[in-house]
Design a protein around this ligand. Structure first.
Ligand code: MLT
Length: 398
């Protein structure tokens, strides 16, 4: 009988793990499913990337191992993009790293920087790759609750001094998943200064930096003076260019940090497919034109989704970034049974706030993955379940 590791058993349930099988069952039973679960837009990848991929497929050299070095042309495109977008220069060879999506880099990073028993500071609600990476590396995750009244900002000043002393790494992510909160320069300066003061590495997840609305511009953490000493930043092509399944992203940072992550990855993967790296060059070099329609469509969906929820009696504010609505539930309704009921009874896939950690309780997340009419239909269905849900569920679930 195999006894699984304590680390495996310590992993919380992944919020999206069960959804594909439930969805299949419902579709097979004839239900009209609206999937607002994973942040996976129904928009296609740009023609530019498909054309570049067609060309790449014809080059046998791109079917070989990429190893961690990958395609130098991709590293150069990363460096060009970061410089054009944020005005910061990273050396392609030593300060950029191709990733199999930013999730992979984020969850492998702790292996490179923590020892058994070190503390990793994890935002909650948060992208579950952070806590997963911390647990799998043998670290002790310390939960930093993100509260609406603090604008969902992770504040190191709130962490007890003895925990801060043992902390090696903190994950931060703005524009934020799941809350869609954004951070201004003043906050990011405080965060960087605190990381410098306490000698904590800042893993800054900037996967949603291109999906911003209402004139908001998401900065790079490296726009903050001193960040190079303490930060590594992660980017993804998944959401901005509808390329979730391609698994392509990258990290930038000073060479010691990039080198440490490279070393870990040398043992667990052999780099993204070179053909995809080649196609990704075409994306990064044309990023402004390619992201504009995705951003415009998400903004339309955001407006339609928020309006439809409000019209159906569900209060929700319009976020300035990302591709999610983080919707408060009325007091007393537990998010997991509610999301389950919405799915089973109406076919709408939502993610319960508690799927992003217990501090996410009291909310559900809608991903703006479908067009306005389907979001409006989804809002009606969600409201119909809410209308008949008893308010004492949360107490019963505890
Ligand atoms: C999401 O939050 O929907 C993610 O980006 C998908 C995942 O990697 O879990």
């Amino acid at each position: 009988m195999i006894r699984f590791s304590d680390r495996l058993q310590a992993l919380p349930g992944y919020p999206l793990a069960e959804i594909p099988s439930i969805k299949r069952r419902l579709i097979e039973a004839g239900m009209d499913v609206i999937d607002l679960g994973a942040g996976d837009n129904d928009t296609p990848p740009p023609d530019t990337v498909l054309a570049a991929m067609h060309e790449a497929l014809k080059q046998p050299a791109l079917s070989k191992y990429g190893f961690q070095q990958g395609l130098m042309g991709y590293r150069q495109a990363i460096s060009r993009w970061v410089e054009r977008r944020f005005g910061i220069r990273f050396d392609p060879a030593s300060e950029t790293l191709p990733l199999l999506g930013s999730k992979e880099g984020l969850s492998h990073l702790p292996v490179a920087v923590v020892n058994q028993g070190d503390v990793v500071l994890v935002p909650e609600p948060g992208y579950q790759a952070y806590i997963g990476g911390a647990i799998l590396s043998g670290a002790v995750p310390h939960i930093c609750p993100l509260r609406a009244e603090r604008k969902f900002l992770l504040e190191l000043d709130d962490v007890p001094a003895d925990v801060l002393k043992r902390a090696k790494l903190v994950f931060a992510n703005y524009p934020n998943n799941p809350t869609a909160a954004v951070a201004n320069t003043e906050y990011l300066t405080r965060l960087v200064n605190n990381c410098r003061k306490h000698g904590i590495l800042l893993a800054y997840d900037n996967a949603y930096c291109e999906l911003t609305y209402d004139g908001y511009r998401a900065p790079s953490i490296f726009e903050i003076p001193g960040a190079r000493d303490v930060a590594i930043e992660f980017f993804s092509l998944s959401k901005s260019y509808s390329m979730t399944g391609w698994r392509i992203g990258f990290a930038v940072g000073r060479s010691e940090l990039i080198g440490a992550l490279t070393r870990v990855k040398s043992y667990v993967d052999t780099g993204p497919w070179l053909a995809i790296q080649q196609a990704a060059v075409a994306v990064l070099d044309n990023s402004d034109a390619l992201v504009a329609p995705v951003r415009a469509e998400l903004e339309r969906r955001r407006d339609a989704g928020v309006a439809a929820l409000n019209a159906n009696g569900i209060a929700c504010e319009a976020p300035h970034a990302a591709m999610y609505l983080w919707v408060p539930l009325p007091a007393g309704i537990a998010s997991a049974p509610f999301a389950r009921r919405v799915l089973e009874e109406t076919g709408v896939v939502l993610l319960p706030g508690s799927g992003f950690g217990p501090a996410g309780e009291g909310y559900f997340r809608i991903a703006l993955t479908v067009g306005a009419p389907r979001l409006e239909e989804a809002a009606r269905r969600i409201a119909s379940v809410l209308a008949v849900t008893p308010r004492d569920e949360l107490a019963a679930a505890r």
